[in-house]
Design a protein. Sequence first.
Length: 330
Amino acid sequence: MKVLVTGGAGFIGSNFVRLTLQVKPEARITVLDALTYAGNGESLPADERVRLIQGDIADPDVVNELVKNADVVVHFAAESHNDNSLDNPWPFVHTNVVGTFTLLEAVRRHDVRFHHISTDEVYGDLELDDPAKFTPTTPYNPSSPSSATKAGSDLLVRAWVRSFQVEATISNCSNNYGPLQHVEKFIPRQITNIIDGVKPKLYGAGLNVRDWIHVDDHNSAVWAIIDRGRIGETYLIGADGELDNKTVIEMILEVMGQPRDAYDHVADRPGHDMRYAIDATKTREELGWEPGFRDFAAGLADTVAWYREHEDWWRRQKAEAEERYARLGR
Ligand code: NAD
Ligand code: DAU
């Protein structure tokens, strides 16, 4: 099986490549990645079954050539960080919308199976006391340029399935944690701050809730969808991991041997979504998928250990990320 993984040098994509080598040993993997600030070739395993092509998913020449030779395209490439989208939305439109369009045209032309990786952010946010969670039929209601462009990409995929019979599926997952995540994101930012002797930074009161899932569970669900999902369907991926940000910061501090209150409150993110929560019943019941990581505290401790052991991997990103946060006042 020839697998084309877009964005495979990023956090979730590089973990997907690693998982794929284990669960599909016969697979030959081509990673197409622009190696933006968020991509790192060193995140990929050195293995003869994996090759990295540096290129832009919005470049039709590069994309056509690679798609033509693939059996399946798994599309992770995106601009993924909300704070950046509030600072400069254009790269989000370029990659998330134009890039996805370019891939869809290529899989349409060459009749190649496509799986689109998306996010729960497209549904907007929930109230803290809302008994409902997001389901595949929740109306789209994105809040930020990041989530609006991801919503746009999902709608393009749906339209290409219906209008052109493209063989595609979509997954919308909740917040991922685990190794190889860029230090701009919430959990690695706080871990690496503490390693550097800097206090963690909590936006606003820290009551916002995210539904945490280990990256390996996200990726095992993606394979379940590619293997057994129905064409044209949307599957939600989540592991019932709702926690507010204040609790997560306190847990990180505790795991790292610091007082639980040793953090700073900083300015809130404009338009900050209050709560995300996934109902993954369809994915579990239809595909028989179950998450393997059920203990967030244990997964967090493993993640802390990974960042302690891999300073060479994250050190170069750290100063640049913190400069950006300093400019944004966060
Ligand atoms: P990331 O920012 O770590 O990685 C994105 C990768 O895409 C990088 O390697 C980057 O170089 C590459 N890229 C960006 N623009 C490109 C372009 N124009 N052409 C080719 N490559 C390009 O992101 P991530 O956190 O790994 O997210 C991967 C996917 O999963 C995204 O589609 C995101 O929306 C989705 N997702 C993420 C989360 C999460 O918690 N991080 C949750 C649900 C869904
Ligand atoms: O839900 C899926 C989404 O999860 C993905 O679509 C995005 O690509 C991914 O980045 C993530 O989005 P969030 O905005 O939820 O993640 P982030 O790591 O930026 O922030 C998580 C929460 O922590 C959010 O409520 C903001 C807060 N936060 C973040 C940072 C960086 C802080 O309190 N302090 C921080 O320093």
